[in-house]
Ligand binder design. Structure first.
Ligand SMILES: [Zn+2]
Length: 215
């Protein structure tokens, strides 16, 4: 709440830092959840619609992961355009590659379940490089530690989500008992929303940090 208020007041008091990386992340998160909702709502319509919306779902996940890099990378390396472009370029190319990969005919077969989870997990884990780089540069600034705390928490939530999805927990232990509620896919979606919200909180800390300290 305090960060929300500060972010509303800060632009009025100081020269605000650009908001586009933060809005890119919010747009990516909204697109992911919208694509996912469309997938769950429409995939039972017909084989043709299911084919389209399942690809849309994976496009949404890749978009969420890629756009999640924009606030931390942009605001951490705002004074270092080389690393800013390097990290953002890397994750953007990786995101586009993951989307193109998901359009391959065999990608959605059940036997590739673990590969699909690993692909997104790997994309997320590549964020370790810019986060460690940020800590090396700004270890003495409380905002760097504060945002890293949120990022580690987000990583744990997404990591558990990917594991639950790949390992089919808990229905693997009691098949048929979780078809209505408590299914791994439902737990996975709850964890994704929790992870995105944690990242939103980190984004607010980045905005406050750069609004007050600039480059
Ligand atoms: Zn889903």
């Amino acid at each position: 709440m305090k960060e929300d208020v500060t972010n509303i007041i800060a632009p009025l008091m100081v020269r605000p830092i650009t908001r586009w990386p933060f809005f890119t992340f919010l747009g990516g998160a909204m697109f992911c959840l919208l694509a996912s909702s469309a997938c769950h709502l429409l995939s039972c319509h017909s084989e043709r619609i299911s084919y389209i919306v399942r690809r849309l779902d994976y496009t949404g996940i890749a978009t969420l992961i890629s756009t999640s890099f924009y606030p931390p990378v942009y605001y951490s390396f705002i004074c270092d355009p080389f690393f800013c472009r390097l990290y953002l370029g890397f994750i953007t190319i990786l995101g586009v590659a993951a989307i193109l990969f998901s359009f391959l005919a065999g990608f959605h077969q059940p036997k590739f379940r673990t590969l699909r989870a690993s692909l997104f997990f790997g994309m997320g884990m590549s964020s370790i490089a810019p986060i460690i780089h940020k800590l090396i540069l700004f270890w003495h600034q409380p905002e760097a530690l504060h945002t890293t705390f949120y990022e580690v928490l987000m990583g744990i939530l997404y990591g558990i989500g990917a594991f639950v999805y790949a390992a089919r927990i808990p229905e693997r232990w009691m098949p048929g008992k979780f078809d209505i509620a408590g299914h791994s896919h439902q737990l996975f979606h709850i964890l994704v929303v929790a992870g995105a919200y944690t990242h939103y909180r980190a984004g607010l800390v980045y905005l406050e940090w750069r609004d007050q300290h600039g480059c």
